[in-house]
Design a protein around this ligand. Structure first.
Ligand code: PGA
Length: 249
C-alpha cells in the first residue's frame, strides 16, 4: 500500500519558518515529481492558515496536531475538528504521547477526539506506544492492546483512521527499536484491528520515533509499516523529502 509520511512539527516554527518549510516541500514536489508516498504536514494550529495557503492544491496535505472532543462551546484555548476542517485540514493527530503525558489525555479522551474528527470528515492519526519502563517490563504488547481497545472509536475505517505506533522512549531521542521489535508491534496492531473493522488490512500503520533519512528505508520496508510519523526530521525539507522517497511503495 502507498505509504503516508506525516510531519509532526510540534511546537516549532514561527510564521516565516513555517511558510519557508511548506514552500520548500511544494517546490520539491513540483521539481522532483512523485516521491512514491503521500505527504502530510501537521504544523502548529496557528500556522494552519499560512501553511494551508501554500499547500492547497498541491500533493502536500494539511493536518493538525490535536482537536477537542466538542464541536464548539466554552473550551478556552481549544480547537474543534470543525475548525480544522474549515481551515483546510484533512487529518488530525490524536493521542500523541506528548498530549497523553502533558495534558493528561487518556484512551477515552483520545477515542472521543478521533470520533469528533471523523464526524467532520477528518482522518484521525491515532497514536499509541509504550514507555521505556513498560518495554523493559515486557508489557509492550499488553499496553498496545489496551491503548488500541480504548482509543479507537466505533466505525474505524481505512478512510477515516491511521494508527501510529510511537514508542515513547524513541521520540526525539535518536533511539529506535530494532526492526524485529517494530515488526512485532505492527503485526500485533494489524491483528488487533480485525476486531474493530472489516477494513483492517487496509488501515495504514505508521511508525514514529526518531525516523530520519538514514533509517527510513529499513523501517519503511517492514511488512506492516505503511508510513512514518516524523518529528524532528520533518523540520528540514530535504530530510523530510528524503524520508518520503524511502518508502518501498
Ligand atoms: P521524532 O518525533 O521524529 O522527533 O522522534 C516523532 C513524533 O513524536 O511524532
Amino acid at each position: 500500500m502507498r505509504a503516508l509520511i506525516a510531519g509532526n512539527w510540534k511546537m516549532n516554527t514561527l510564521r516565516r519558518d513555517a511558510e519557508a518549510l511548506a514552500l520548500a516541500l511544494v517546490d520539491l514536489c513540483r521539481n522532483e515529481g512523485d516521491p512514491g508516498a503521500d505527504l502530510l504536514v501537521c504544523p502548529p494550529a496557528i500556522m494552519l492558515q499560512a501553511v494551508g495557503a501554500i499547500t492547497q492544491g498541491t500533493p502536500v496535505a494539511l493536518g493538525a496536531q490535536d482537536c477537542h472532543t466538542a464541536e464548539s462551546g466554552a473550551h478556552t484555548g481549544d480547537i474543534s475538528a470543525a475548525m480544522l476542517a474549515d481551515s483546510g485540514c484533512s487529518h488530525v493527530i490524536v493521542g500523541h504521547s506528548e498530549r497523553r503525558a502533558n495534558h493528561g489525555e487518556n484512551n477515552a479522551m483520545v477515542k472521543n477526539k478521533a470520533a469528533a474528527a471523523h464526524g467532520k470528515g477528518l482522518t484521525s492519526i491515532i497514536c499509541v506506544g509504550e514507555t521505556l519502563d513498560q518495554r523493559d517490563g515486557g508489557e509492550t504488547l499488553a499496553v498496545i492492546t489496551d491503548q488500541i481497545a480504548g482509543s479507537l472509536p466505533q466505525q474505524v475505517t481505512a478512510a477515516n483512521s491511521v494508527i501510529a505506533y510511537e514508542p515513547v522512549w524513541a521520540i526525539g531521542t535518536g533511539r529506535t527499536p530494532t526492526i524485529q521489535q517494530i515488526a512485532e508491534v505492527h503485526d500485533h496492531i494489524r491483528s488487533l484491528l480485525t476486531k474493530h473493522t472489516a477494513d483492517s488490512a487496509a488501515i495504514r500503520l505508521l511508525y514514529g520515533g526518531s525516523v530520519n533519512p538514514g533509517n527510513a528505508e529499513e523501517i519503511l520496508a517492514i511488512e506492516n509499516v505503511n508510513g512514518g510519523l516524523v518529528g524532528g526530521a520533518s523540520l528540514k525539507a530535504e530530510d523530510f523529502w528524503a524520508i518520503c522517497g524511502s518508502s518501498a511503495q
